[in-house]
Design a protein around this ligand. Structure first.
Ligand code: HSE
Length: 400
């Protein structure tokens, strides 16, 4: 019997307890030992809850109990989660977490601390909810040279973009409906501005590089400027629009970006809809592999936390290696990335746009009283310079 503690009895934490309750036999068969939730840390009491007797309010009770071998941190946020995780690792307890903010900010330091104390620090649920992508990168794909990781990493924005495309409804209305249905937070900024996807690609990029990619160094654009007219143009081009997080290896290092992209409809990412996530990984020997599934939700995310518990219990008293360290990975500047851009300017600027971007552009007919075109292949730097010479750029979107 291995005893564990769960920090935070919210959506994910209560999901972890539920997975261990409902799948008790499967969990035991998977790790070769029964798992018991000995403590649940929360500020609140839960009278009438099946596990009310396990609820404690003081983290020291857990920290000082030598029976507790694994701690699941499902509180979220930086503090006190960071302090609790550090104290747990220093006390010789393994930690697994769904806390992407904390992993993106301090992952390498916590991995190092776990190694020093011969315990493990795992965070499968921090990226792609229940999708087992991190374990695959750390394990089955570790012998591969990974050239590229890219995907749809945020369920809320994918739901909003899917509804905008399929129903022709504007961003603000879809967001409001998503909030009413509980698919978007009351404060949706982290999702719609791309910050959540940025943290997830930072974690993936760190694992890909074996070093550390800071989320602060990743160019990030959200979806707030995307309109239904943009989807009409995308349709004319045989494409759709998705919020993509991407990390590519090139001769100058790793290039990472989060932004809305035009995605050709025959690209598999174009058919990932609603709250689903998908991550494509390209290995130099393997070629492309894709991970698809629920990127959020109580049970799915909790299932990934429990997968880490199982892994840790199978390797009790050993450190499970995680491919990241505190050295900053060499990043390739955004300026050098070359791609095509969809651009919309006022009709009055047609001649200026043609002069600046040249006659190799692909003009898109429209009845919106504007001039829309797709540029030839151009670097981000040159695009920015040319775009800035025009006075009335209504919008632009990168092509994948
Ligand atoms: N807000 C996140 C999403 C939750 O929409 O994907 C999972 O990290």
């Amino acid at each position: 019997m291995v005893k564990i503690a769960v920090l935070g009895y919210g959506t994910v934490g209560s999901g972890v307890v539920k997975v261990i309750d409902d799948n008790n036999k499967e969990v035991a068969a998977s790790c070769g030992e029964e798992i018991e939730v000995k403590y649940i840390l929360d500020l609140r009491d839960f009278p009438g809850d099946k596990h009310e007797a396990q609820v404690v309010h003081d983290f020291n009770v857990i920290l000082q109990d030598p029976e507790v071998k694994v701690i699941c941190e499902t509180m979220g946020g930086l503090e006190p989660a960071f302090t609790f995780e550090k104290q747990a690792l220093e006390a010789g307890k393994s930690v697994c977490t769904s806390n992407k903010e904390l992993v993106a900010a301090h992952g390498p330091e916590l991995v190092e601390l776990a190694k020093k104390n011969n315990v493990s620090y795992l965070f499968e649920a921090s990226v792609g909810g229940g999708i087992p992508v991190l374990k695959s990168l750390n394990d089955s794909l570790k012998h591969e040279k990974i050239d590229s990781i890219m995907g749809i990493l945020n369920g809320t924005t994918n739901y909003i973009l899917t509804k905008m495309e399929k129903e022709g409804t504007g961003f603000a209305t879809v967001l409001k409906r998503a909030q009413e249905k509980g698919y978007a937070e009351r404060n949706p900024e982290a999702d719609i501005e791309g910050y959540d996807a940025c943290r997830k690609i930072a974690i993936l990029a760190s694992l890909m590089s074996g070093e550390y990619v800071s989320y602060e160094d990743i160019y990030t654009e959200g979806i707030t400027k995307i309109t239904i007219e943009d989807f009409e143009y995308a349709r004319k081009l045989g494409m759709t629009i998705k919020l993509i997080g991407s990390c590519k290896r090139n001769d100058n290092g790793f290039f990472t970006i989060v932004a809305p992209f035009l995605v050709p409809t025959d690209n598999i990412l174009a058919s990932v809809n609603n709250v689903f996530n998908a991550i494509t990984v390209h290995g130099n020997m393997l070629g492309d592999v894709m991970f698809y599934g629920k990127g959020a939700g109580k049970e799915a995310t909790a299932s990934a936390v429990v997968a880490d518990v199982v892994d840790i219990v199978k390797h009790l008293d050993k450190h499970i290696a995680v491919n990241m360290n505190n050295k900053k990975a060499q990043l390739s500047p955004k300026d050098n990335a070359v791609r095509r851009f969809l651009v919309r300017v006022a009709d009055s600027e047609k001649d200026a746009a043609l002069e600046v971007f040249g006659n190799k552009i692909e003009v898109i007919e429209n009845d919106l009283g504007e001039f829309a075109f797709v540029t030839d292949l151009i670097s981000e730097k040159h695009f920015e310079e040319k775009k800035n010479t025009l006075k009335t750029v209504k919008g632009y979107i990168r092509e994948l």
